[in-house]
Design a protein around this ligand. Structure first.
Ligand code: ZN
Length: 443
């Protein structure tokens, strides 16, 4: 019998031992999936939305030998980086049974717990106790159960040319608290990897859990058969990017209703954010929000930027560049009127960010009200308001911060419902908003 035919650890016959590197790393039997009633399968209880960390139980997803039978989650830890971990093991750089030494890794700041942490409907796409593994689940770690944090909290300084410029302009001052004498921003950072409570995710999108499971199974190339065979396991760690929170000022102020909160929720646009591509408003908007956040903190409030790894509206950079080409080459040139059409022709949809899960991180942070929301996105606004958080003021990107070639994008978005304090362009006006021609991009 070939290894690929083996479907069940309890019934499959052992394979003749062969002395290959693979043989030394793993058991000879490949366990393709598991079943709820299978011998040796006894998941550690996990009660999503329970009132305390210990009542909730740890999220256990590792397939390491002494944890395998105790797993209570499907997928793999580390988001998309699970693939690099696999590579490290395969080439012998990482022992498959390596356990992290968590000494001195604990959070630098206390955040929460907040009531939303024990509300099974408020937080469904991250583990609210993901940073407190050592604090709350040490008894399991001591027993040898392989549990990994999915959240880490640290602090740092940021040095940005644009912040130096804001100091020069007198918009920010060196106060030693928020902005150092050297012009650096003090920041508290939170990184979070995705942990999906499948019934909650399905409910958020108004679909059946079984439909969600089937789609996840099919569109990951059948990578996680337990999505189908283990309906008793309700938590899935998907192989996607996570998010980072940048906090300017005292994190305790975020949940304090007497303090003002300025916030931006930003979705990754690597070409603009890091490399300064000028076809969109992403980096200028991000920089503007960092300045506004720092200023709010200097005025006694707090600022928060949440950065999601959802490149190119979660369509990815390859799709994004295909769309750029089609936009620039189409008859009549790159116009705001055809902006979304070109994305839909290539991707089938104009956006795959589906903001319904986004507010989870805000509830994890204890946000109740956002005084200044630095975003024009109607989808982000609606998702946040629908989740029970009040938004007092929406702030659009100042006109003078927009690169000329980004007008196509921003005018198309405004016509599509994005927030603006300015004029909403009509169909005829959108045809007039043109980007740079293809032959003007000379290399
Ligand atoms: Zn962009």
């Amino acid at each position: 019998m070939a290894q690929g035919d083996t479907t069940d650890a309890s019934t499959s016959p052992p394979i003749e031992p062969v002395d290959t590197p693979q043989q030394r790393l793993y058991n000879s039997r490949v366990v393709l999936t598991t079943y709820p009633s299978q011998l040796g399968i006894e998941p550690i209880p996990l009660h999503w939305g329970a009132p305390t960390a210990s009542a909730r139980g740890p999220v256990v997803v590792s397939r390491s030998q002494d944890t395998f039978g105790k797993r209570n989650a499907i997928g793999a830890g580390g988001g998309s980086y699970c693939i690099y971990r696999a590579l490290a093991v395969a080439i012998g750089a990482l022992a498959p049974n390596h356990r992290p030494d968590f000494t001195m890794t604990e959070p630098t700041h206390q955040i929460g717990p907040f009531p939303a942490w024990s509300d099974p409907e408020k937080i469904v796409s991250m583990d609210p106790w993901g940073h407190a593994t050592v604090e709350h689940y040490s008894e399991f770690l001591d027993q040898g159960v392989d549990i990994r944090p999915t959240i880490a909290i640290t602090k740092a300084h940021m040095k940005l040319a644009e912040i130096d410029d804001a100091i020069q302009r007198g918009f920010l001052r060196r106060d030693g608290e928020i902005v150092t004498e050297g012009g650096e921003l003090k920041v508290v950072k939170v990184a979070s990897e995705p942990v999906w409570y499948l019934p909650g995710v399905a409910q958020r999108f108004g679909i059946e859990e079984s439909t969600l499971r089937r789609a996840l199974f099919e569109d990951t190339g059948g990578m996680y058969p337990e999505l189908i065979t283990r309906p008793d396991l309700k938590v899935f760690l998907p192989p996607i990017g996570g998010l980072t929170v940048y906090i300017f000022g005292d994190p305790a102020h975020i949940s304090d209703p007497t303090k003002r909160l300025t916030m931006r929720v930003h979705d990754e646009c690597n070409g603009s954010d890091v490399f300064g591509s000028d076809i969109c408003t992403c980096k200028p908007y991000l920089v503007y929000s960092i300045e506004e956040c720092a200023r709010e903190a200097q005025n006694g409030g707090v600022g928060v930027v949440v950065y999601f790894r959802k490149e190119g509206r979660a369509l990815g950079e390859v799709t994004k560049y295909l769309v750029y080409n089609a936009r620039k080459r189409q008859e009549g040139g790159d116009t705001a009127a055809n902006y979304f059409k070109r994305t839909e022709f290539v991707a089938g949809v104009k956006d795959m960010r589906f903001q319904a899960l986004m507010p989870d991180i805000l509830h994890w942070l204890g946000v109740k009200r956002i005084d200044r929301f630095i975003s024009m996105s109607n989808m982000k606004y609606q998702a946040i308001v629908d989740s029970g958080i009040e938004i007092i003021e929406r702030v659009s990107i100042p006109e003078d911060r927009m690169p000329a070639d980004s007008k196509v994008e921003i005018e198309a978005k405004i016509a599509d419902g994005y927030f603006t304090t300015g004029e909403v362009p009509t169909g005829e006006m959108l045809k007039e908003v043109k980007g740079r021609n293809w032959d003007e991009i000379a290399h």
